[in-house]
Design a protein around this ligand. Structure first.
Ligand code: G3H
Ligand code: ZN
Length: 312
C-alpha cells in the first residue's frame, strides 16, 4: 500500500511544512507497545513508537530486537512508524556507549529513524559523531535526529529548581551553534533545549510527578529561523499546553513523551501486582488523555491530514 511505503523522512518533512506535530511515545516496558499502537489506531491519529537505550537499560523494554519484533507483529504501519530514541555517546551515568553497534543493530532491524545523542560532548565532538552517523545512516535511506544543547533530567542527582534553570538558560541550544551544527552534519531533525526537561529515570525521583515545564518561544523562534529543519521537543510529559501550541507554530514537529505513560504502567502494577492487562489499560487511558488534550486544537495530526501526507 502506498501509505505504508511513505518514508518517515517524507512524513516529517510534510509535518514540518504544514505545522503538524508528530508525537513519539517511549516504550519503557514491552507490554506498553500494544496499548500505544492500538490507541493511535482507535483515535485515527498517527505517531511514532520509540525506544531508547535508557528504556532498555533502566526499565523493561527488553532489547531493540524485542521491541521491533513486537511492533512489526502488530502490523499497523498506517498509524505508526518505529524510531530509535536516545543512543547517547556518553550516557546519563557518564559511561561511554558503543553507539555505532547499537545504530547498526537498529538499521538491521528496520527502524524507520534513529537518534544519536551527543549532548554530553563538546560542540566539535558532537558535530563529528553526528556527521558520521548521518553519512552511514543515510546510506540506508534512514533519517537521523541529533541533540544540541542538553535536555537535562536523565542524569542522577537533583537539578537546580526549575525556574532557576529556565532563567539561567542552562543547557539551552545556542543559535549560532545550531546553524553551524546543521550545516556541518546534514542532520535531518534536531532536538532542542528551550526550557523542556526530561522526567527523571533513576532513584526515587523517577516516581515523582514531573514539573510542568514552559518553553522560551522567543528563543525557539531564533532557532527556527536559522535551522529550517524539523525541530524536536524532548521531555514532552507535562509541558504546558499553551507553550506547546506556540511551539508547533514555530518549528516544533515532533514531541517525545515517556514519563507520563511509563508511570501509568508502573503505578498500576504497584496497585495490582502481576496484572499486566490492567496496566495496559492504564497506558491506553493516558494515551487517550494525551490525544484528547492535544488534538482539540488540531495540533496532533488527524487521520485525514496524515493520509494526505502519506499519499503525496
Ligand atoms: O526521549 C524521551 C523523551 O524525551 C521523554 O521525555 O519522559 O519527560 O516525557 P519525558
Ligand atoms: Zn529525550
Amino acid at each position: 500500500m502506498i501509505e505504508e511505503k511513505t518514508p518517515l523522512s517524507e512524513i516529517m518533512r510534510q509535518a514540518y511544512r504544514q505545522g503538524i506535530l508528530i508525537p513519539a511515545f517511549n516504550v519503557a516496558y514491552i507490554p506498553m507497545i500494544k496499548p500505544i499502537v492500538e490507541s493511535l489506531k482507535k483515535h485515527c491519529t498517527f505517531g511514532l513508537l520509540e525506544v531508547s537505550r535508557p528504556d532498555v537499560e533502566k526499565f523493561g523494554a527488553g532489547s531493540f530486537q524485542e521491541v521491533a519484533e513486537k511492533y512489526y507483529a502488530l502490523g499497523e504501519r498506517i498509524f505508526t512508524r518505529l524510531h530509535l530514541d536516545h543512543i547517547p555517546v556518553i550516557d546519563e551515568d557518564g559511561e561511554k556507549v558503543d553507539w555505532e553497534h547499537l545504530i547498526q543493530v537498529a538499521l538491521d532491524l528496520k527502524y524507520d529513524s534513529v537518534m544519536i545523542d551527543g549532548s554530553r560532548l563538546t560542540l566539535e565532538e558532537n558535530i563529528s559523531v553526528t556527521r558520521k552517523v548521518v553519512e552511514f545512516t543515510h546510506s540506508y535511506n534512514v533519517p537521523v535526529e541529533a541533540e544540541l544543547g542538553a535536555v537535562l533530567g536523565h542524569e542522577k542527582g537533583p537539578l537546580p529548581p526549575y525556574e532557576e534553570l529556565f532563567s539561567s538558560k542552562k543547557g539551552f541550544t545556542g543559535v549560532r551553534e545550531a546553524e553551524r551544527f546543521i550545516e556541518e552534519t546534514g542532520v535531518d531533525w534536531l532536538s532542542v533545549a528551550i526550557g523542556n526537561i526530561h522526567g527523571a529515570i533513576s532513584g526515587a525521583a523517577k516516581d515523582k510527578k514531573k514539573v510542568s515545564a514552559r518553553l522560551d518561544i522567543e528563543h525557539l523562534k531564533r532557532l527556527a529561523e536559522v535551522t529550517k529543519i524539523p525541530l524536536v521537543l524532548h521531555g514532552g510529559s507535562g509541558i504546558k499546553r499553551s507553550c506547546l501550541m506556540d511551539a508547533i507554530r514555530n518549528g516544533i514537529s515532533k514531541i517525545n513523551i515517556g514519563t507520563s505513560i511509563r508511570q501509568a504502567y508502573e503505578f498500576s502494577l504497584r496497585d495490582y501486582p502481576h496484572d499486566i492487562t490492567t496496566a495496559q489499560a492504564k497506558v491506553a487511558q493516558e494515551m487517550e488523555r494525551l490525544i484528547k488534550e492535544y488534538e482539540v486544537e488540531g495540533s496532533w495530526p488527524t487521520f485525514q491530514e496524515i493520509l494526505e501526507i502519506l499519499r503525496k
